[in-house]
Design a protein around this ligand. Structure first.
Ligand code: C2O
Ligand code: CU
Ligand code: CU
Length: 503
């Protein structure tokens, strides 16, 4: 992709995103070469009603001999979305960026080039890697025109699963993710799970104006958390998925939306959840729906039986910010994300139920419920008037304070286990995220969780509390915890944690 010249770039409002007015030949992002269709084509049915183009897979970069070296170019560019020309952001000219496939013990080296008009950086969401130096350090700042060499070393016992990467520069994270900067990271299973095929589904949303440019966010959207009018799967609007009856697919789904909650359903098909975020369940769980807050991932088995259906995000009320003239999100409307057609006679009676493939036992999930807790803390998430430097907006705070990168809010002892109570004192949900160390959810809204549930984004519903346990093992250093409604994070709902080496 050719970069858009500074001369033609216009700054889009407070976002500082580069929009464009490109004439003539233009600089169309060629989405196609960046994407490869998955597997062999599947025959189309004659009565197949209007559905979109087949779901593509993002380009994939795979580690070899323990190393994956990639360059990620973050820049604006033109591409096609839902049949229209659009100007968005993207990594390497695509939306989503390439899927990075690595294994436990690998070294992932990423050269990040900033072709944006604002500072940026890179976060490897969910990876259990060092938060220091040129590893997963959220305090790194890469100025426009500069580049930075990241290096992430995955421990030999890193959990397999689905992770993702996105920018994390405080103040512009929501706009950059919303604009198109995200991609999946897969840490492969040591032993593959036998399925017919595997797909990565990166779900994101954005809003384009009639000229195909990203719209500016309003104050109300930045308070509530912006939700896009177009909800995309791998950058595609309502793509189609064809499966044959009796086949079993593994869908690795990322909620890369800046603020939108995804309560996913695929009615008529049998679904088994292998895990959420990096947390693999002890055994697959049969589900009817999967709830993904922003930042969450699902590892889902789909066992196909004949019929047409749709992957839908059904309404979820994430509350109100109480602001006049706004406040309620479009998570309240139902969205069709993809159409799914399953053809062919069933391979055999009773083939779907209770016949899961032999899932190799990777590792029994650790359970901290019996662990010795060395500290208990409470974090109160609040939204109040009079914040944002008295600018009349709303203040987004944790324990009464807005984010200050120069301050350490929480100091923990490396190697210790802590119990945190995440209290939501506001009228809206906040999906709470901690870098580097996943959280085991032990109590939700007053009820003990009776299974081993690990997540790195834990939704805390409005006016409620969730209790988690965290083992601060493996790494020391400073990093952050925050609300993963990225507008809330940009508005101050983030704190600094320092894990100190035991002495
Ligand atoms: Cu996915 Cu701190 O972020
Ligand atoms: Cu993260
Ligand atoms: Cu929030």
């Amino acid at each position: 992709m050719e970069p858009i010249s500074r001369r033609t770039a216009v700054t889009l409002g407070g976002l500082g995103l580069a929009g464009t007015a490109i004439g003539g030949a233009g600089l169309l992002w060629t989405a196609q070469p960046g994407f490869t269709p998955f597997g062999e084509p599947v025959a189309r049915s004659a009565f197949r009603a209007k559905s979109g183009e087949p779901l593509r897979q993002p380009t994939e970069q795979r580690s070899r001999d323990g190393v994956l070296e990639v360059t990620l170019d973050a820049s604006p560019g033109r591409m096609r979305i839902g049949g229209r020309n659009a100007t968005t952001l993207g990594y390497n000219g695509g939306l989503p960026g390439p899927t990075l496939r690595v294994r436990a013990g690998d070294r992932l080296a990423v050269t990040l080039r900033n072709g944006l008009t604002d500072p940026t950086n890179l976060h490897t969401h969910g990876l259990h890697v060092s938060p220091e130096g040129n590893s997963d350090n959220p305090f790194v700042v890469v100025e426009p025109g500069d580049s930075f060499d990241y290096e992430f070393r995955l421990p030999a016992d890193h959990p397999p699963g689905l992770y993702w990467y996105h920018p994390h520069h405080h103040g512009v994270a929501a706009g950059q993710v919303f604009g198109g900067l995200y991609g999946a990271i897969v840490v492969d299973d040591p032993l593959p799970i036998p399925v017919t095929r595997e797909r990565v589904l990166v779900i994101s949303d954005l809003t384009l104006d009639s000229a195909g440019n990203l719209t500016r966010s309003t104050v109300a959207e930045r308070m509530h958390g912006r939700e896009g009018e177009l909800v995309l799967v791998n950058g595609q609007l309502k793509p189609s998925v064809d499966i044959r009856s009796g086949e079993r697919e593994r869908w690795r789904i990322v909620n890369a939306c800046a603020s939108r909650y995804l309560r996913l359903r695929l009615d008529g098909q049998e679904l088994h959840l292998l895990g959420l975020d990096s947390g693999r369940f002890a055994k697959p769980e049969k589900v009817d729906e999967v709830m993904l807050a922003p930042g969450n991932r699902a590892d889902l088995l789909v066992t196909a039986s004949e019929g047409s259906t749709a992957l839908r995000a059904v309404p979820y009320d994430r509350g109100s910010d109480g602001m006049m003239g706004g406040g309620r999100g479009s998570s309240l409307a139902e969205v069709t994300l993809a159409t799914v057609t399953v053809e062919g006679a069933d391979a055999g009676a009773g083939d779907t139920a209770d016949s899961l493939p032999a899932i190799p036992r990777q590792a029994t999930p650790v359970d901290l419920r019996g662990a010795t807790v060395t500290a208990r803390r409470e974090f109160v998430f609040e939204m109040g008037m009079g914040g944002m430097m008295g600018g009349g907006g709303m203040g987004f705070t944790i324990n009464g304070r807005e984010f200050d990168g120069g301050r350490v809010d929480t100091t923990v002892q490396g190697g210790s286990v802590e119990e945190w109570t995440l209290t939501n004192a506001s009228q809206m949900d906040h999906p709470v995220h901690l870098h580097v160390w996943p959280m085991q959810v032990v109590e939700r809204v007053g009820r003990a969780v009776d299974s081993v549930l690990w997540q790195d984004v834990v939704n805390v519903p409005a006016r409620s509390a969730v209790r988690v346990r965290v083992a601060f093992t493996g790494f020391t250093g400073k990093t952050v915890y925050h609300c993963h409604i990225l507008d809330h994070e940009d508005n101050g709902m983030m704190g600094v944690i320092d894990a100190r080496a035991a002495n």
